[in-house]
Design a protein around this ligand. Structure first.
Ligand SMILES: [Zn+2]
Length: 287
């Protein structure tokens, strides 16, 4: 069974039990529902579909895919009548990366054998809005975790679906640390924001959002300083791993321990980037 939470009058969150506590959302209106992301396995997304049909006596009219990563997009084929919305880059990235990865995943995991990728056909770049049932959802580009991430702000009930811009530990190994900083600051600037639905893990409550985002920004600084120090001392991967998740003030058991992997991947990505930048600089100095 999925974990279901009602986060406001018209917003529900469904959390995966099978992979990395991924969240999907439902906004329920008199003119139908908006599904924000799907869950990693179709059997879980099918539970959301049943909830919409049997409990809400409604149907999903739009699916917003917040980015192209597999764990958020594998269930869209269960709603063939719904329009799929995403960032312009998400469509390209799904064609280039998600689709070939799915072909491989289907061979290895029978639970995924029925998955068909649905590409977004309504595309946004910087900002767009969706009006439905008298409500407004604002879709904003929020790169950093990946280049194609969208945040969805349910303006009427002040709930932000932040996608992977906000996770139990910031994760930018497939994106860019500076973009993520910028996107986290943009969340802090949303006036009267209440709860935040992260891409993975528990819903953040109004009283804790500012503090947690402050910790995320501090984490990015801490990781950057550590990577630069390791590079300056000509250290390698072993030295990188000396900065632990706990040193950065996060729980190492969050997401069933997956956060430790994410943290190491962050540092490895940043290390490779900084080293490359350093080499370019040295080359330029010689030339
Ligand atoms: Zn992701």
């Amino acid at each position: 069974m999925l974990r279901r939470e009602r986060v406001s009058d018209h917003a529900y969150v469904f959390r995966s039990n099978l992979y990395a506590h991924v969240n999907a959302g439902i906004i329920a209106t008199d003119e139908g529902c908006v599904l924000i992301d799907t869950l990693p396995f179709p059997q879980e997304t099918a539970e959301i579909k049943r909830f919409v049909q049997d409990r809400l006596r409604s149907e999903v009219r739009y699916i917003i895919l917040t980015h192209s990563h597999a764990d958020h997009v594998y269930g869209a084929h269960l709603f063939p009548q719904a329009e799929v919305i995403g960032h312009l880059l998400a469509r390209d990235m799904m064609i280039k990366h998600t689709r070939p990865a799915l072909t491989e995943a289907r061979k290895k995991n029978p639970a995924l054998s029925s998955v068909l990728l649905r590409l977004p056909t309504l595309l946004t770049e910087e900002e767009a809005a969706l009006r439905i049932g008298g409500f407004t959802l604002v879709l904003r580009h929020s790169p950093g975790h990946a280049p194609d991430v969208l945040n969805v702000y349910f303006k009427d009930e002040k709930i932000l679906f932040a996608s992977d811009t906000i996770m139990p530990i910031p994760f930018f190994a497939n994106g860019n640390i500076n973009d993520l900083r910028h996107s986290l600051r943009a969340v802090l600037e949303i006036p009267r924001l209440e709860d935040v639905v992260q891409g993975h893990g528990p819903v953040l409550l109004r009283g804790e959002v500012r503090e947690i985002l402050g910790e995320h920004l501090a984490y990015l600084d801490r990781v950057e300083a550590h990577v630069d120090e390791v590079l300056a001392n000509k250290g390698g991967k072993k030295e990188l791993a000396r900065l632990s998740v706990e040193d950065c003030g996060f729980s190492a058991t969050a997401l069933d321990g997956l956060v430790q992997k994410l943290h190491l991947a962050n540092m490895a990505t940043l290390y490779a980037l900084r080293r490359h930048q350093l080499l370019q600089k040295q080359k330029a100095a010689v030339a």
